[in-house]
Design a protein around this ligand. Sequence first.
Ligand code: ADP
Length: 546
Amino acid sequence: MHGQMMQLPLLISSLLTHAERHHGEQLVVSRRVEGDVHRQSFRALAARSRRLANALTTLGVQAGERVATLAWNGHRHMELYYAVSGSGAVLHTLNPRLHPDQLTWIADHAEDQVLFFEASFLPLVQAVAPRVKTIRQYVLMTDRAHMPASTGIPNLLCFEDLLAAQDDHFEWPLLDENTASSLCYTSGTTGNPKGVLYSHRSTVLHTLASVSPDALNLSSRDVVLPVVPMFHVNAWGLPYAACMVGARLVLPGPHLDGKSLHELFEAEGVTVSAGVPTVWQGLLAHVETNDLKFSSMRRTIVGGAACPPAMLRAFQERHGVQVLHAWGMTELSPLGTAGVLKGHQLNLPEDQRLAVQAKQGRAVFGVDMKVVAEDGTELPWNGQASGELMVRGPWIVSQYLKGEGGDPLVDGWFPTGDVASIDADGFMQITDRSKDVIKSGGEWIGSIDLENIAMAHPGVAMAACIAAKHAKWDERPLLIVARKPGATLTREELLGFFEGKIAKWWTPDDVVFVDAIPLGATGKMLKMRLREQYGNHLLQAAGEVT
Ligand code: ADP
């Protein structure tokens, strides 16, 4: 017997329509490349998205074709989110921090047809355009007054001219909810980039789950500023979530340094923000050196890399900003777990509460997870046993674009490549990525734990722990450290700092001080590069290799 409820497809356009009808006056505030702060209501956002959908039709964009963007977080990018997906095409957000060779490869692989880009990325587009094969039309996301005189890009169109020529009536098509809506490439820290193709259904379900109280807990009372870029896993879904709940959205544009962000937080009364730890480090450093406060910020979502406990303490104890530690992947749309405390954990002594918050969190409904041993057997949820984290759910990849890399699933589960444990309360903790694990004499050492300790030292700005080759133990931990400006920290002081905090044999063998830790396109430490550079450091120090 079938239920007798309506069969309405889950569509991205319905998020925009809801925002327009129920939160029409709510604002999207954007700091733009042009230098101004732009404000528009959800009603205007919806109308402009419809104009843009009409413009896409006049550009000949067909259902399922890929429309690429190279853009910051801003209202025009948001209009593309809705117009492209809503009209049945696929939004492909390119990451402008990639090298032109990589971008060319990705755009060709995705067979992008049209590229919308912001003026900041003109040199990048000039480098890519002569080589890329499929892009037939370029649109600069600005108005006529800001169009450069000559760009060398043939037949370049102006975004605002395109919109001005269109009507704002457009019927969003009633698509099959499994229609592809957007495309993101994994950032390639673990090999060649692969395309993850989201659907309307997966996106709406992911949004529903992510706004809930035990996940990101978003509502119409929030003012949300995603620092996480709209070119990185759809800014963790926040442009969709804001429309679903009617939250005000503040989009920061190109300036993501501590000073610019803090000014925007204060000027716009931001209550919730989201970003990777490296961004928060810049912000905290700015706030602390200038003795500033957060007057409206209540919560910050930290994910993409492990949130060091020292950062948790700084936000919560010094600034009264609650940290929500979350874990996800491009392959998970991205949200998998969120570190919201359970009722019985609220009254734990502070140190224990912080230890729970430093874990990556509990699975949100829709994501099932387990950790498995090397032979695939499931490990107990005791907070100790660690193995590869496997996940499954309706917003998790089932195969990569064009079947790249073969079938990624194992018995219906997606192997994440993260090494983790799960405790009795269901809190998952990542000890490492399988590629970053240090195997010393056959035993695992968790690099994240060691980094967290180093980062708690007041003289450390950033620390990466890598596996360095070792004659006797095969691999041993090596710390690569960037000191805080003015800090005089020595190797001995830092190694001494580990005493009593971990098992002695986990203590790193050596420290290499560097000016800066190399970061990848999504702000994560490039450990692969560090391994290439310093993987032989201990052998060299011992005179085993030259
Ligand atoms: P890439 O896999 O190319 O780095 P993603 O942005 O999809 O691109 O990164 C997902 C990975 O980031 C996860 O598999 C995990 O290793 C890491 N990650 C994400 N969130 C966290 C977190 N809170 N703590 C530790 N690692 C995290």
